[in-house]
Design a protein around this ligand. Structure first.
Ligand code: BGP
Length: 459
């Protein structure tokens, strides 16, 4: 039993490119699906300026170094490297991230780079996006370009952010609904793209390590009714294990396979897939966690919602399989997400028990409407409370034998939420802008900044 985190524990902080960078058409960048996506709410900030991390990265990294992080998880915008998804490299884009990497290394912060975070190049989307097999080839070439360009300085890589949530919450994340057959062909392509990334990373990066980065949340049955347990079994497989069984075991999860069959979905494989699925494997699992999920067996048709869910709220359902259920044992945040620190420990234990790979948490955090006070402070005690409870459960998981090697919460700095604008903030560093006023994006340290600094220092 230890009361402190190991000395070499990887304390970090995370962001993604499109939610922070802005400069959406600067220095040769092409448009991504995040730049073009239809929006149901025009009152919230888009990603054109975001928090202008593209121009502020040096100051942001200096602040993060002051906070004491050992690793920084960020994503590369595919469209800065290949404005059209493939073809000619945009040297300015390649140079930009090279400078970011050097800046991090200057402070001894290890980069953990996500290859793609929800921002497929629009040019590839125009050719069918992830439904088109050619996107797998384009992704492979893009990944090879990054491994070759940065592999001398970057050893740790993450593949494709939350493919599970991107497909399940397509409307909120991509601004459109993907028909079921297409969705699971995309699943196969995303997973094969990931396999190519495992393979190419190991071939091109000396000592390179790479892992998948799904959002993993244990699914609870609403009651001990056997039907509710079936519902939880199916949603656990469709939401969680389908992705990790593919990545770590190179196979389709059996329950997920039945779900596909019952929905008459047939996935097309390329001839080389079977072998690569089995041979290209990850070195660790990166997982994002915000809360757990609870489901019941849907019984009536009347209480069905349309299946367009928030990432973490209970508005999920699939006729014949599962329906979201409000877990009355848990409190909620202001954005309707439940809070379940013990659920994090259980999720970690379940995941480790299944895959026996080192785990790093690459997202965990609390979205809230922070207030900048007259004396330029942000008293986010609610965030400290959330993070303290979750890191306590990380320690409990380590004590229970889970090989948890790091914790990189969401988010390093305030950024634009996936579909709720900047009013929903996650950062340790406050960025002064609102949804309708970009202002100068001045940075301020929140109370949680100092709290995290102490936690990192004292373990
Ligand atoms: C995850 C995404 C992140 C992030 C986070 C919080 O699903 O990987 O990009 O945004 O969720 O979600 P939201 O922005 O909707 O609050």
């Amino acid at each position: 039993m230890t009361e402190r985190f190991p000395k070499d524990f990887l304390w970090g902080a995370s962001i993604s490119a499109h939610q922070t960078e802005g400069a959406y058409a600067t220095d040769g960048k092409g448009l991504s699906v995040q730049d073009t996506r239809p929006r149901d709410n025009h009152e919230i900030a888009d990603f054109t300026v975001a928090v202008d991390h593209y121009h502020h990265y040096k100051g942001d990294i200096a602040l993060l170094a002051e906070m004491g992080i050992k690793i920084f998880r960020f994503s590369i915008a595919w469209t800065r490297i290949f404005p059209n998804g493939r073809g000619t490299i945009n040297q300015q884009g390649l140079d930009h991230y090279s400078d970011v990497i050097d800046e991090l290394l200057k402070y001894d912060i290890q980069p953990y780079i996500t290859l793609s975070h929800f921002d497929l190049p629009q040019a590839l989307e125009d050719e069918g996006g992830w439904t088109n097999r050619e996107t797998v080839t384009a992704f492979k070439e893009y990944a090879e370009t990054l491994f070759t360009a940065y592999g001398d300085r970057v050893t740790h890589w993450l593949t494709i952010n939350e493919p599970n949530i991107m497909l399940l919450v397509d409307r909120k994340i991509l601004g459109k609904e993907i028909p079921l057959q297409e969705k699971y062909q995309q699943f196969h392509h995303l997973m094969m793209a990931e396999k190519h990334a495992f393979d190419r990373c190991h071939a091109l990066v000396p000592g390179g390590k790479i892992g998948p980065v799904p959002n993993i949340s244990l699914v609870y049955p609403a009651t001990s009714k056997p039907e509710d347990n079936q519902a939880a079994l199916y949603f656990n497989s469709v939401r969680n294990w389908a992705y990790l069984d593919f990545a770590c075991f190179g196979r389709y999860n059996a329950v997920f396979k039945d779900y596909l069959q019952q929905n008459q979905i047939a996935v097309t494989f390329a001839p080389e897939d079977e072998v690569l699925m089995k041979t290209a494997l990850p070195d660790f699992v990166a997982m994002n966690f915000y809360t757990t999920v609870t489901v019941e067996q849907p019984t009536t048709t009347g209480d069905m919602k349309n299946g367009i869910s928030d990432q973490q709220s209970e508005d999920i359902m699939e006729r014949g399989f599962y329906k979201g259920f409000t877990n009355t044992y848990l409190k909620k945040n202001a954005f309707n997400w439940t809070i379940d620190p013990l659920g994090l420990k259980t999720t970690l234990q379940t995941l480790y028990d299944r895959y026996h790979l080192p785990i790093i948490i690459t997202e965990n955090g609390l979205g809230a409407e922070d207030q900048l006070t007259g004396d330029e402070k942000i008293h986010d005690d609610y965030r400290i409370d959330y993070l303290a409870q979750h890191t306590a459960q990380c320690l409990a998981a380590i004590n229970a034998g889970v090989e948890l090697i790091g914790y990189s919460p969401w988010s390093a700095i305030d950024l634009i939420s996936v579909h709720e604008g900047i009013k929903k903030r996650y950062g340790f560093i406050y960025v002064d802008r609102t949804d309708d006023d970009e202002k100068a994006q001045k940075r301020y340290r929140k109370d949680s900044f100092y709290w995290y600094q102490t936690l990192i220092k004292e373990g």
